[in-house]
Design a protein around this ligand. Structure first.
Ligand code: ZN
Ligand code: ZN
Length: 139
């Protein structure tokens, strides 16, 4: 595959993309920051994302990416970050327990509604058919 020239999504410079999406300078900087974050979290377990960003001057996006990639879980470190729905601090997944339950029941309700609608459509069809047959019988 021929090397692709791309604009670095971080600094905007044109570079040869090797699948990282950012230039080598930015990648190196990010790796450095990630290492800083890792050692900070190791020294300060149960830190919040905001604390880490303030202490190290790194972007929240970077820390969140590290969380999603499971870097802290691998290290056995619990890190607190807000639930994507209500903002409650959580340490695993994307939503807190309450929101996952809510989402699950919403999903169930939706499925039940859809099933009910499907059943209704069927019985509706039957009703029309029997009406039709009734009319035929009257003729
Ligand atoms: Zn860059
Ligand atoms: Zn929540």
């Amino acid at each position: 595959m021929a090397p692709k020239l791309k604009n670095c999504s971080n600094c905007g410079r044109i570079f040869v993309d090797t699948g990282l999406g950012i230039c080598r300078d930015c990648h190196e900087k990010e790796e450095e920051q990630m290492q800083k974050v890792s050692s900070y979290v190791r020294d300060n377990p149960h830190s919040r994302v905001r604390d880490i960003c303030e202490a190290l001057g790194v972007k929240e996006r970077l820390v969140m990416r590290m969380i999603r990639e499971g870097r802290f879980v691998m290290d056995g470190i619990a890190i607190e970050y807000p639930c994507e729905s209500c903002g409650t601090l959580i340490t695993v997944g994307r939503f807190c327990e309450k929101c996952s339950k809510d989402l699950q029941s919403q999903l169930n309700q939706q499925q039940q509604k859809q099933a009910a609608q499907a059943a209704q459509a069927k019985t509706g069809l039957k009703a029309i058919r029997s009406l039709d047959m009734g009319m035929k019988g009257m003729r």
